[in-house]
Design a protein around this ligand. Structure first.
Ligand code: NFS
Length: 644
């Protein structure tokens, strides 16, 4: 069994691991003790792409290929195998983000056509802002007079263009032109401009099939192209259209951690990624009718909470508190107070069903592509044509289940307050100039040295590392050194849980320069920018910084760095690659599956910088990790002539 103190730095997590062990319920933390990773897979050199294998190549010693130079049966070298595996991770990650984006675009098309009543245009300003990138006009000329074009007409034109981005037969993705021009030039020169989202993912699967692409550099070219189709395509379109339909986030206050669950309330946890359903659940749970129904059933009200990126989506737009990170999903049920957990796609443990079986919890799957085989799981397929009806049915089911709770409900007391809901627009509002709609104040403070640089800290938790330790140690070290942090995903949830998302934390944890800026402007030193598809907001924020001037001409000129200290998902690899290909020095924690192919690893860690201005790195120690990022920031400051 796992030692709770070794598994997490977070007290409610430790408490719930102990509680699970008392009840003889296995969690991810225990499985991490009994299941050891495969040594060859860990190095990235196991090839199982054909039935002559799996070919498990010999491990190099101290990063050098030794005397044992056996290859795969087809002759595949360590570089080829490692690059194929890496590219396939990008394909899976880009597919997950982009399929989410596609579903959003398809729903937006229905909303624009008026064939669904539950989804509407909530943020017309955002629609008008993005329309030109799709080549959609926002004004019309009638009798020589320029007038605003009908909103529904703009929406329909944008929706059709957006949906087309997944499969258009010619050209390249429309959103690529949002990147700084020098970056676009690099992509064109390197031949990595994505043509359409689906094609780049399919082409990875083709090129990594047995006997196709056998040049690791060429394989990575396609990996890059698919990752860009994710970051500057599927994810970015997903984020934008979600903003149009559900509202662009703006800063708000909320709570975080398992302690947000309430013993005397109906507790509903939404877990997964696509906000299409969870938006409806929020609306249903806040309706007077269902609150009254909950009271009739003996509860004081309905408490919603989120896990993973669905949590971030509804936190950013509605202030619904996240109940936990990726690694706390089983623990939310182990409280005994979770009346329903509703899941859609991605990052959902199969073991949730086994845990739910030990309690009264209704576990509800909602997505046609993500079902569970266990018989205690209920499948209510969500359909955008009757979205609200589905949501009401689910919330009612949770309320009806309130009476079935067992005697022992133990909810950890821990919860924190946080400010979330930042985005490109709100950073502009807080850190823009008084008369200039750009990032003037931010740039000015970077140039004068109060802010040393910008870090993006994102990504998952990983049961192979101590839950939240790397995130929190790293972020604290960065802000102590006056580096402002933009965060998303489970990293953002972790930062919220550990109290780093408050303006007050600036005085406690920041260096004097960053503290002064945060206190003057009234923002936290760590800004929550949303879910993992919202990493596209970080790309656009970086682009705004470039545009505001004084810090070079391209993202790679900025004193900035990226990090995913506890990554585990294939989505993180796609994100890492699009950051690298956008010019960002990107450091991952834990481990990278590259050690078996030192030459390929060197290509990612060194050579790539010559092509895109960004490169990969890996550092498991969070303090050293922070200082690698800071050293890069200082190098960029020196190149810009602003080091002091
Ligand atoms: Ni991102 Fe979000 Fe969390 Fe990792 Fe999973 S929830 S999409 S993949 S674990 S950060």
């Amino acid at each position: 069994l796992a030692d709770p103190m070794e598994a997490s730095i977070e007290p409610s997590t430790q408490e719930m691991i102990r509680r699970a062990q008392q009840l003889n319920i296995e969690t991810v933390f225990d499985r991490a003790v009994t299941m050891k990773p495969c040594a060859i897979g860990l190095q990235g050199i196991c090839c199982k792409n054909c039935a002559m294998g799996p070919c498990r190549l010999p491990l190099p010693k101290d990063g050098i290929q030794g005397e044992d130079t056996r290859k795969g049966l087809c002759g595949a070298t360590a570089n080829t195998i490692c690059a194929r595996n890496f590219a396939r991770m990008i394909a899976a990650g880009a597919a997950a983000h982009s399929d989410h984006g596609r579903n959003v675009a398809l729903t937006f098309l229905e909303a624009a056509k008026g064939t669904t009543k539950d989804y509407k245009i909530k943020d017309p300003a955002k629609l008008i802002q993005i329309a030109p990138y799709f080549g959609v006009a926002t004004t019309v000329e009638e009798d020589g007079v320029v007038k605003d074009r009908d909103l529904q007409e703009i929406a329909l034109a944008v929706a059709k263009k957006a949906v087309n981005e997944w499969g258009k037969p010619s050209g390249t993705l429309d959103y690529l032109k949002r990147a700084p021009q020098p970056l676009q030039d690099k992509w064109i020169e390197e031949g990595v401009m994505p043509r359409n989202v689906d094609r780049e993912i399919v082409e990875i699967m083709h090129r990594t099939h047995m006997g196709v692409d056998q040049d690791y550099k060429n394989l990575m070219k396609q990996g890059t192209r698919a990752s860009l189709a994710d970051g500057w395509g599927g994810s970015m379109i997903g984020t934008d259209l979600q903003d149009v339909m559900f509202g662009t986030p703006s800063p708000l206050q909320a709570e975080a951690n398992l302690g947000v669950m309430k013993e005397d309330h109906v507790n509903i946890i939404v877990h997964g990624h696509e906000p299409l359903l969870s938006e409806m659940i929020v609306a249903a749970a806040q309706s007077q009718e269902l609150i009254s129904y909950a009271k009739e059933k003996g509860a004081k009200g309905i408490q919603l909470g989120g896990i993973c990126c669905t949590a971030n989506e509804i936190l950013q737009r509605h202030g619904v508190p996240p109940a936990g990170t990726f690694l706390q999903q089983e623990l939310a049920i182990i409280t005994g107070a979770c009346d329903a957990m509703i899941v859609d796609v991605q990052c959902i443990f199969q073991n949730l069903a086994n845990v739910a079986k030990c309690f009264h919890t209704k576990l509800i799957t909602t997505h046609p592509i993500a079902k569970m085989e266990q018989d205690n799981v209920i499948h209510i397929e969500f359909d955008e044509h009757h979205a609200m009806e589905d949501a009401v049915r689910i919330v009612k089911m949770a309320i009806d289940n309130y009476a079935n709770r067992g005697a022992e409900v133990i909810i950890p007391r821990h919860k924190t307050t946080q400010i979330a809901g930042f985005g490109v627009e709100s950073i502009k509002y807080h850190l823009g100039g008084a008369f200039r709609g750009d990032y003037y104040t931010l740039n000015d403070n970077i140039i004068n040295g109060r802010i040393r640089g910008i870090a993006g800290v994102v990504g998952c938790n990983n049961a192979r590392t101590k839950h939240n330790e790397e995130h929190i140690t790293l972020i604290k070290e960065l802000i102590k050194n006056d580096v402002i942090v933009l965060t998303t995903g489970c990293s953002a949830i972790a930062a919220g849980i550990h109290g780093l998302l408050t303006p007050e934390s600036a005085a406690v944890h920041c260096g004097p320069g960053l503290a002064e800026v945060c206190e003057t402007v009234g923002i936290p030193p760590v800004l929550h920018l949303g879910s993992c598809v919202d990493n596209s907001r970080i790309l656009l924020a970086a682009t705004e910084v470039v545009k505001a001037g004084g810090l070079g001409n391209d993202i790679c000129d900025l004193p900035a760095a990226g990090s995913a200290p506890e990554w585990m998902s294939e989505k993180a690899i796609s994100i890492g690659q699009y950051f690298v290909a956008s010019g960002v020095y990107t450091v991952f924690g834990y481990h990278m599956p590259l050690d078996g192919a030192p030459e390929f690893k060197n290509y990612l860690y060194k050579e790539m910088e010559k092509i895109f201005g960004g490169k990969w790195d890996c550092e498991p120690d969070p303090i050293k990790h922070a200082h690698k990022m800071i050293a890069h920031i200082d190098k960029k400051r020196a190149e810009l002539g602003i080091d002091k």
